[in-house]
Design a protein around this ligand. Sequence first.
Ligand SMILES: Cc1cc2nc3c(=O)[nH]c(=O)nc-3n(C[C@H](O)[C@H](O)[C@H](O)COP(=O)(O)O)c2cc1C
Ligand code: SF4
Ligand code: SF4
Ligand code: SF4
Ligand code: FES
Length: 618
Amino acid sequence: MRIGTIDKLDKFRAKCERQFKAQKKKIIVCLGPGCLASGSDKILDEFKSVLKKKKIKGITVETVKKTGCHGFCACGPLVVIEPEGIFYAKVKKIHVKDIIEKTLLKGEIIEKLLYTDPHKKSKKYTDYRSIPFYKYQTRISLRNLGLIDPDEITDYIAAGGYAALAKALTKMKPQKIINEVSKSGLRGRGGGGFSTGRKWATCAKVDDEPRFVICNGDEGDPGAFMDRCIMEGDPHSILEGMIICAFAVGSHDGYIYVREEYPLAVVNLQRAIEAARELGLLGENILGTGFSYDIKIIRGAGAFVCGESSALMKSVAGEIGEPRAKYIRSVVKGVYDKPTVLNNVETFATVPVIIEKGSKWFASIGTEKSAGTKAFSLAGKVRNTGLIEVPMGMTLRDIIYKIGGGIEEDRQFKAVQTGGPSGGCLPEGKIDLPVDFDTLTKAGSMMGSGGMIVMDERTCMVELARYFLDFLVSESCGKCVPCREGLHQLLILCTKITRGKASENDLDLMEKLSKVIQVGSLCGLGQSGPNPFMSTVQYFRDEYLSHITDCKCPGRSCRALITYTINDKCNGCVACISVCPEKAITGEKKKLHVIDQDKCSQCGSCEVVCKYDAIDIT
Ligand SMILES: Cc1cc2nc3c(=O)[nH]c(=O)nc-3n(C[C@H](O)[C@H](O)[C@H](O)COP(=O)(O)O)c2cc1C
Ligand code: SF4
Ligand code: SF4
Ligand code: SF4
Ligand code: FES
C-alpha cells in the first residue's frame, strides 16, 4: 500500500493507533543485544508456543511483543507486562508458564522475578517506571526503545512516527526546518558536538549538486552501544530524521554507514527502509509531495577510523578509509566530492521530535550551551549497567549513583571514563560536574559519542591508559607520522611503566610526545589519542609514580608488579589447585596451601575461586 497524501497518512495513523491500543495487554520481551545474548529469543518463542496451545480470552500470540533494548541490560533478560509496567528481571524459559498462569491469568505478582533495590533489600518494584534507573531519565532519542517492535512500521506510526516528516514536507519551508534545528541548540551526538543546524545551513548553501545526507552508524568506541540499540530497536526514527534533513538541504540520495559487527542493525534498518518505501514514505514522490529521497545501507569493515567523517566518505565511495586534511570541509566536498551532511544515529533520531515539539521545547531541556538530552551506555563497575538517556547538565554523581545504583559491592568510586578512546578519565573530585559538552572538555575529558565506563579502586589507571593506547595504535590508519609512530612510542613507554621498568624521564617524555601528537596529527584519532594518558597522568600522577619509583601497582592489576600469596584463612579446600593454569599451587586437602612464585603467572584465577578470602595480592 502506498500512502499518497498527508490526509491518508493521518487516517492510516488513526488505524495504527487503534490497533496498537486494542492490544490492552502486552507481554514485552526485550530482544536487545544484552538480553538476546542471554537467550531472550527463546523466551519469546516459549511465550508464543504456550499461548498457541492455551486458549486465554483476550490473550493471544499477538499479545507477545518483541522490542529493542529496554535499557536496563544488567537485569536482562527482561519481560515487561503492560499496561501495568510489571517488570520481571533475569527471566528464564522456565518462568514463562508461571508468568502466564499467575500474572496474566490471576493478576498475581511473582515476587522473585521483581527488581530488588540493592540498598534496601526488602524493597521490590512492580512498575518499572518507579525504579530509580528509569525514574531519573528523560528519553528523547531512546523514546521508542522497549515500547515498539522495530519490524512493525505500524508500531512506529502509532507512536507518532512520520508525523514530523509530514509537517516538515507540507507546513515548513527547507529554510524554516534549518532555522528550527539551529534554534533548538541541537549539537551532533557523534562526538564533536558541532551545531547540527549550522552544518545543514552550510550544506544547503553550497552551489553544487547532488547533495548527500549520510548517517554515521559506525560506533567504534569500545563499550558504546547507544547507536546500535537505536538502529536495531527504532530504525524508523533514524530514517525520518534523515528524510527531514534531506528535504531541508535539498538532497535526494543518502547512505547509512553501519559497522560490520552489527548484523542485526543492518537487517532491521533494511527492513525499515523497505517498509517505508512500500508506504511511500521513502523513495520517489514521498507522501505525494513531489519530494524524492532514498537511502542505501553501506557496511563498514569494522575500522574505528572509518567513523571519522572524511574517512567514512572515502569508504562509502569504495576507496580506502583514510582521513584527509580538514581544510576541505565535508559539507562542501564530501562523498564523491559533493556537498554532504553527515550526522550521527542519535542526532538523526532526535530531529523528528524537535520538528514535532518545536525548538523552544528542546532548548528548554538541558543546559544553555548543550541543549536536550544525551544517551550513554553506562558500563564498568557500576551496579545498573545499560543504556540510559539523561538531560544534559545532570551530574556524574547522579548518573552513577541515582541511575547507576552506585558501585558494585559498595566499593570505592575511583574514576569515570567518558568519550571512549578519545576521551579521558575524571577522578572523584570531578564527580559533581554537570555532564555537558563544554564542562567535560574543560575538565580534560569529553562527551564523545556516549560511552561511560565507571571504575572502582581496583582499576589501575596506568593499565587503563595502556589499554586505550593499544587500541588506538592498532586502529591508526598510519597515514601521518605523529599518530602512527607517536602513539606507538607512547604505548611502548606506558607498557614499560606497567612492568615497573620505567624512569621519571620516561613520564616526561610521554607528556612531551603527547603534545606533539595532539598538534601534529591529521585527524581526530591522533589529535585525541593521547587523551586517556594525559587525563590519567593529570589526575592520577601518584599512581604512575608508584609504578615507577616503588614498582607497585596500587590498583593491583599490573601483573608484573603484583604477587599472589595464600594466607592462613586457607582451609585447604583445594578449589584453587584445579583452576591454576601454571600448576603453581600445592597443598594437601584441609591444609594450608602455597604458591610457587617462580611458576605463578599472576592470572588471578585462584582469587576468583577462593571462597575464604585466603588469597592476598600485594
Ligand atoms: C576516529 C574517529 C572516529 C569516529 N567515529 C564516529 C562514530 O563511530 N560515529 C559517529 O557518529 N561519529 C564518529 N566520529 C565523529 C565523526 O567524524 C563526525 O563528527 C560525526 O559523525 C558527525 O555527526 P554529528 O555532528 O551528528 O555528531 C568519529 C571521529 C573520529 C575522529
Ligand atoms: S591521525 Fe592517525 S588515524 Fe588520523 S590520519 Fe593520521 S595516522 Fe590516520
Ligand atoms: S581456594 Fe582458598 S581456601 Fe581453598 S585451598 Fe585455595 S587458597 Fe585455600
Ligand atoms: S594467580 Fe594464577 S598462576 Fe598464580 S597461583 Fe593463582 S591461579 Fe596460579
Ligand atoms: S538488551 Fe535488554 S535491556 Fe538492554
